[in-house]
Design a protein around this ligand. Structure first.
Ligand code: MN
Ligand code: MN
Length: 313
């Protein structure tokens, strides 16, 4: 059985070799793999800024700085888990539904191999295809970190884009709504019901950015853990939940958000959850002058890996 880990950055410099997530080997086969980090370079579902197709490569470049030991969680994720960079999914630029088929097919092959996918987007529309690929796990509890509900019914008369995937996923029976939660809602809305319909129509729970800041990071993580309980859980992280001061490289920025430290602490606090998949989405390198958004995204992915490692250690 093969076992895969990153190149040792004390033996060869970080900037040596092909750019893969955390200097992991690029491997296509899934035998002997626990977690497959996979790029989803899809940005046809956006309503405003484009460029998320370059998110996976930016996050890979930033991830070369990740070191083997997570001191906050006291775990060495690559010591526990066999991890690979599975490459990018071959999407169809300009065509949402054919891309959904390509993404679902690729992610499903990871899921049926018993491997946890950690997907690097791409715009948030791709999360509908990620959740379709989770069907072998049954409806999953979804934790959605996002400034936006992504539960609107349509944009420009169209059903599929980055502002509607959550509603579509609930309609398709992919979401265990009683155990799901959105975290970090803020910003101007189309009307007073935009957030309320999450509870009244969809059965989802949520915390606004103001509520998260009032509770603090540890209590927020506890609320989320209570909500999902023991259910198989999918975590989706829209980087726009973070304040644009910390994460400017995104498509639909909303001022007045959570800090990088806030979100790292909250994600790190989600210990003990049965995670079956993750994504980090909406990173757009064009608007990321110092690469800080990509660095944060890479570190969030590292915390996610660490959560899986903690449960399996
Ligand atoms: Mn979103
Ligand atoms: Mn958003």
């Amino acid at each position: 059985m093969p076992r895969y880990g990153p190149a040792d950055s004390l033996k060869s410099p970080r900037f040596i070799g092909p750019s893969t997530f955390a200097r992991l080997p690029h491997v296509v086969e899934l035998e002997g793999v626990d977690v497959a980090i996979t790029g989803v370079p899809f940005d046809t579902g956006v309503s405003y800024r484009v460029g998320g197709r370059f998110g996976p490569s930016a996050v890979r470049d930033a991830s070369m700085m990740l070191r083997p030991y997570n001191s906050n969680l006291a775990v060495a994720p690559f010591g526990v888990l066999s991890c690979i960079d599975h490459g990018d999914i071959v999407i169809v630029p300009g065509y949402i539904e054919p891309s959904y088929v390509a993404i679902e097919t690729a992610v499903r092959s990871i899921v049926t191999a018993g491997v946890v996918p950690l997907l690097i987007g791409g715009d948030h529309a791709c999360t509908l295809a990620h959740l379709r690929a989770m069907r072998p796990h049954g409806p999953v509890a979804v934790i959605d970190f996002d400034a936006h509900t992504d539960a609107w019914n349509s944009y420009f008369g169209q059903k599929y884009n980055h502002g509607t995937w959550m509603r579509r996923a609930v309609e398709e029976g992919l979401v265990d709504v009683e155990h799901s939660m959105e975290v970090g809602l803020r910003g101007s809305l189309y009307g007073p019901d935009d957030w309320l319909v999450l509870r009244s129509e969809l059965g989802l729970e949520y915390l606004t950015t103001e509520e998260v800041l009032g509770l603090g990071a540890p209590a927020t993580a506890e609320r989320v853990r209570q909500r999902v309980g023991t259910r198989p859980t999918y975590l989706t992280f829209d980087i726009d939940v973070v304040d644009p001061a910390f994460a400017p490289g995104t498509g639909t920025p909303e001022p007045g958000g959570l800090s990088a430290h806030d979100v790292l602490t909250i994600v790190r606090g989600l210990t003990g959850i049965d995670f079956v998949g993750f994504d980090v989405v909406e990173v757009i390198p064009t608007y990321d002058p110092a690469g800080q958004t990509a660095f944060l995204a890479a570190n969030l992915a590292y915390e996610m890996l660490s959560l899986v490692a903690l449960r399996r250690r």
